[in-house]
Design a binder for this molecule. Sequence first.
Ligand code: UD1
Length: 420
Amino acid sequence: MDKLIIHGPSKLQGEVQVSRSKNAYLPIIAACLLSDRPVHLFNLPELRDIKTIIQLLQKMGAVISYEGLRTTIDCSKISSYEATYELVKTMRASILVLGPLLGRFKKGHVSLPGGCAIGARPIDIHLKNFEKMGAIINLDSGYVDAKTNGLKGCKLVLSFPSVGATENLMMGAVLAEGETIIENCALEPEIDDLAHFLNKMGAKISGIGTSIIKIIGVKNLKEVEYQAIGDRIEAATYLIAGLITKSLITIRGINPSFLDAVCVCLQEMGAKFKFGDDFIQILEVSHLRAIQVDTSPFPGFPTDVQAQLLTLATQVNGTSIITENIFENRFMHVPELNRLGAKIELKGNSAIVQGPTVLKSAPIMCTDLRASAALVLAALAAEGATEVFRIYHLERGYEKLEQKLRKLGAIIDRASGPAI
Ligand code: UD1
C-alpha cells in the first residue's frame, strides 16, 4: 500500500486548477440510468468513487466509451437492476441508483450502505419518500428490495435537507406520473447541477436553487452533453493549503459563490481574497486569528471542509471552537493531528483548538476522505518529513493531488509502505 512522504514546512506559489465536482458527477452518472439515449460527459475526474459508480452501471449492462475528455454512457440495454454489497460498501453514494432504477424500470435491488467511518448515515429519508411515491420497499438480507407499478408524483416534505435523498427523489420523479414537489430539499450547488443536467435531458424541474423543487414527470429523455461544476470542496482544500503554508496562491475553476460560507469564515480569521468569475486569489495570509464555526447544510459551512479548517486552526492565534452538526463521528483526524503536536480537545460534537502550535513530522494515518485532506494540509505545515498512510482514501476524492501540490511547489514523494 502506498504512502505519501511530505517534506515540510512547504511554501507554495502559482495557480491550481480544481477538477470537476465528484459529488456533482456521482448523481449525474446514476441519472444516466433514466435514459435509453447516450449521455456524453466531459472531464470526469479520475477518481476511485467515479470508477465505482461507472462499474456499478456497467454491471447493470451500461456501455461506457471514452474519447479524449468525453465519456459516453449508454444505458439502452440495462439487464440487471442490482447494486451489490461488494461495490456499495466501498461508496455510499451507490444508493443514488435506486431513484433512476425505480423511475425507469420500476424495480431495484440495492445493498444497504450500512455504517461508514464518519457515522451511521441511514437512508430512511430516501426510502420513506419513495414509499410515498408508490414504491413497495422490503429490507431483506442487507438489501433494499424496491418495486412499483409506476412512481406517482406527490408532495414530499423531507425531515432533513439530505443531499442524497433530494437527488435520489428528484431522479425518481423525472419519469413519474404527474407532479412531485419536494419541500425542505437540500440546497447544495451539486443539487442545482443535477437538476440542470436532468432538464437538459428533457426533464421538467423548476424551483432550482430553492428549498422547494417541483418536477413534472415526462415520458422520454434525449441524448445530451454535459460538464459538471467545479469541485468546491477541492477548491476549499487548496484555499486552506495556501493559508496554512502562508502562500499567496490562486485557485482556478471554481465559482466563488459556492464557497461563500468558507470564504466569510476565512476572512473573519483575517485572510483576504480577490474573487473572479472562476477563481479565488489569496491576497493576505499573515496574523490569522481563531474562529468559532458550526457546520450546517448549504449555504452554511460545509461538513466536508470541517477537518481542513480544524487543521488551519492549529496554526492561528487563539482558541477556535469548531462544531460538527452533520455527522456524528467526524473528528477522526483529531488524534492524528495531536500526534503531530496540535492541541485539540473534543467536547461532544465540538473541537476546541489551541493555536498556534508547532507541528512536527510523525507517521499519520488517513481514516476517511476529508480527514485525509486535513492530514495532508497538516503535513504541508509540519516541520520534517511526514509519512501519510492509507492514502487510498484521498484517491476517492482528490484528483492528481500529488501532481497539483508538486506543481505548487510542495515536496512530496510516494513510496510503498507497510500494509497498515
Ligand atoms: C453528501 C455528500 C457528502 C457530504 C454530505 C453533507 C455526496 C456524494 N456526498 O452525502 O460529501 O458530506 O452530503 O453535505 O454528495 N440522513 C438521515 N437519513 C437519510 C439521509 C441522511 O438521517 O435518509 C442524515 C445523515 O446520516 C447525515 C445527514 O443526514 O447525518 C446528512 O446526510 P446527507 O445530506 O444525506 O449526506 P450524503 O448525501 O450522504
